[in-house]
Design a protein around this ligand. Structure first.
Ligand SMILES: [Zn+2]
Length: 308
């Protein structure tokens, strides 16, 4: 019985392979997702696929044969404790890493925008070991040291030893890392207000897309950030050149941005509806499947299970 975070849940959604080439028909959508053909028409293939995958996972659990392994997160060497690695699952609901944020400490001599040399990686490893060996996290929490004590120690020992720039005394290593939190749904779900909100979105979309060309264009809002030349070249292939030239780049981008927001909102609401309908709150995932899929048990939960 495993619990996963929103981030992990989304990794699963993004790595399910079963319907790569299969289109979701209007009929299927109305029978299996939500009975509203207009809502169906607002989503393009990519969104429909994601919605279907959510419904599939929520209804069936999942079988590893359908999945690509989730990618292992790369270590960016920017923090003491966050080191990338396999995504994790949890077995205790009160696990501290399922909280919304946790404390970490910055590696002060790293420029995150630049690739590190092997020597720098070695130095980060040494810094992490030093920080942990000195037990600064615990000492700060228990108020046995203050931040400027750590800065003083760093300047006089670590920076000196490795010929690094010293830090100003008001420097802080401390930083809060926000994680995606325990996969959650609202404690209650009002189906009527969901229906009303969806109707409002569909009405707004309808008002925006009175013109036949605009109705078609709403499916191409993924182009909204393309550079001008590429955007126009692609649109000329799909639409009448006169329409594109008359409507103009600024209006096109504005339309795409506005419609994209509407669709994103409809998408999120539909996913929440599915999570609620299929009882995600009480859902737990199969640990063997998760491990096969590339997850590992979170280290906090592991320690707790040994202690029990
Ligand atoms: Zn855990």
């Amino acid at each position: 019985m495993a619990l996963i975070t929103n981030f992990s849940y989304n990794s699963i959604v993004n790595n399910l392979d079963i319907i790569k080439r299969q289109d979701i028909s209007e009929d299927f959508f109305c029978k299996n997702i939500y009975d509203n053909p207009t809502l169906y028409s607002i989503f393009n293939k990519l969104y429909l696929r994601k919605i279907y995958i959510n419904a599939y996972i929520l209804r069936n659990d999942f079988e590893p044969k359908y999945f690509k392994k989730v990618p292992i997160k790369e270590d960016k060497y920017t923090h003491v404790f966050s080191r990338g690695g396999k995504p994790t699952y949890h077995i205790y609901e009160d696990c501290q890493s399922l909280n919304n944020s946790y404390r970490d400490f910055v590696v002060p001599f790293i420029d995150p925008k630049r690739e590190l040399t092997l020597n720098e990686v070695k130095l980060v490893k040494e810094f992490r070991n030093w920080f942990i060996y000195k037990d600064f996290r615990y000492k700060l929490e228990s108020k046995n040291v203050k931040m400027d004590d750590i800065v003083f120690d760093y300047n006089n020992y670590f920076a000196k030893k490795h010929n690094l720039k010293t830090l100003p005394l008001d420097y802080t290593f401390k930083t809060n890392i926000t994680n995606s939190g325990f996969i959650g749904i609202q404690s209650s779900f009002d189906v009527n207000s969901f229906k009303n909100e969806i109707e409002d979105i569909l009405y707004a979309s309808d008002i925006m897309c009175q013109d036949e060309n605009l109705l078609k264009m709403r499916n191409f809002d993924w182009m909204r950030k393309l550079p001008k030349e590429e955007l126009l070249a692609r649109l000329y292939q799909i639409f009448d050149k006169n329409f594109i030239d008359n409507y103009g780049e600024v209006n096109i981008r504005d339309f795409m941005n506005k419609h994209y927001k509407l669709r994103e909102s409809a998408f999120k609401k539909t996913i929440n509806y599915l999570k609620w309908t299929y009882g995600l709150k009480n859902k737990s995932f199969n640990e063997v499947n998760l491990e096969h899929f590339g997850f590992k048990l979170c280290s906090f939960c592991e320690t707790q299970s040994i202690a029990i």
